[in-house]
Design a binder for this molecule. Structure first.
Ligand SMILES: [Zn+2]
Length: 139
């Protein structure tokens, strides 16, 4: 598209505003759920349900940074150390993946984190130790 200007109809403009507002609220709900889940998991899961419904009603995608924190099976908010287990794995001759296990329903979802299709999980690669020998010398 570049410099060329896009023209939206009145309805499209209205939808854009609605989506922007919804996105802000979804962001707020996810942040709040992340804070309260250790004290009040029921309320946190209700926040997530509300946020998902809002996303569906306004036809927007859940932001990628939150997508792997929602259980695919029971749609609960997942937080490491509270109700989720995060593990890194490697399939034989295949992709490296992040395995997220939901401790509420036991469902495991695997997200590949290498390659162009998983930019939002790229930070995991930077966590892996590059020179493990140096770490041992410290002790
Ligand atoms: Zn689950």
């Amino acid at each position: 598209m570049g410099k060329s200007r896009r023209y939206y109809s009145k309805r499209q403009k209205r939808q854009k505003i609605m989506q922007q507002a919804a996105l802000e609220r979804i962001d707020y709900f996810f942040n709040q759920a992340n804070i309260i889940i250790s004290n009040n998991p029921t309320l946190a899961h209700r926040y997530i349900e509300h946020a998902r419904r809002l996303a569906m009603a306004t036809k927007i995608n859940i932001p990628p940074k939150y997508r792997h924190q929602i259980c695919h099976h029971c749609k609960h908010w997942l937080k490491a150390g509270v109700n989720a287990r995060y593990r890194l794995g490697q399939m034989k001759n295949y992709a490296s993946y992040l395995a997220v296990t939901c401790l509420d329903c036991g469902h495991t979802t695997r997200y590949p984190y290498k390659g162009p299709a998983c930019q939002h999980l790229k930070w995991i690669s930077s966590l892996q130790p590059k020179n493990p020998e140096k770490k041992q010398n410290r002790n």
